[in-house]
Design a protein around this ligand. Structure first.
Ligand SMILES: [Zn+2]
Length: 262
């Protein structure tokens, strides 16, 4: 849903910024491509590790227990599988911050953001099944645990979308006439003013600045600081009588607020 607020051009640009779709810069696209490649490579290696574990299990006689050594080797291989999976997913999620999917394609949006979960199932479910067939219950249980844990770590709980980027960028443009925000290393919000009390404190020794998209790309910061927002509204002199009829800007359609950013 687009903003229902009146957009007033405060100068700077020749036209009121009317962004419909977010388009990543060529640089961001390239970065995303690189991260996706790393992600896929690590996922492939995870599946190779899985195949290794399956080869060991395949040769096993269901009625004869594995030696402790073989069992330990299997668990180590599964652990490597898990590490590769999660590392791959982390690259994949990073890539999506640079080049987010569009929400208009529901299925595409889901798969692009949650592909790591699908890979987690591919990288563990076959070995879980085989382990149980071969009566190697401990290994099977560990593999199942890794699948769930790896899947949980691979999911994107704060999936970025083109629409969200556009919306957030236009909000900042609406308030300031430009696309320029500030954030800190450990902060979870981006700010319009670099002297905002919440970033201009003794705790902060470094402030980053850039576009809204950059704050998302680099830190996955999804929220505009409320103090800055109020101040910008005040400075811009938004007519209160006009803005009272619209909701004061707290609606995120997918309710992805409240989950702490890490
Ligand atoms: Zn602020």
């Amino acid at each position: 849903m687009a903003t229902t607020k009146k957009i007033t051009n405060v100068g700077g640009d020749d036209k009121t910024p009317q962004r419909t779709t977010f388009v990543p810069t060529a640089e961001a696209k390239a970065q995303a491509g690189k991260f996706r490649m790393y992600g896929i490579l690590l996922w492939v290696l995870a599946i190779v590790a899985e195949i290794g574990a399956m080869v060991i299990l395949f040769k096993k006689d269901p009625e004869i227990a594995l030696s402790t050594g073989a069992r330990v080797a299997l668990i180590v291989i599964l652990l490597i599988d898990l590490v590769l999976l999660v590392a791959g997913s982390s690259f994949w999620k990073k890539a999506n911050r640079f080049d987010p999917a569009s929400k208009q394609n529901v299925l595409g949006f889901f798969f692009q953001n949650q592909l790591g979960v699908v890979v987690a199932v591919i990288a563990f479910l076959p070995v879980v099944i085989l382990a149980f067939i071969k009566k190697e219950y401990l290994v099977g249980a560990i593999a199942a645990l890794f699948m769930v844990g790896g899947g949980a770590a691979s999911a994107d709980y704060n999936a970025p979308s083109k629409e969200q980027y556009s919306q957030q960028t236009s909000r900042v443009e609406e308030l300031t006439g430009g696309n320029h925000v500030f954030w800190t290393k450990s902060g979870t919000k981006y700010h319009i003013y670099n002297d905002c009390p919440s970033i201009n404190s003794n705790r902060t020794d470094e402030i980053f600045e850039g576009t809204v998209a950059k704050a998302r790309e680099l830190k996955n910061i999804t929220e505009l600081c409320k103090i800055c927002e109020k101040r910008a509204e005040r400075e811009k002199g938004i007519d209160q009588s006009q803005s009272t009829e619209t909701q004061p800007e707290t609606t995120t359609p997918d309710g992805d607020k409240g989950t702490g950013n890490q």
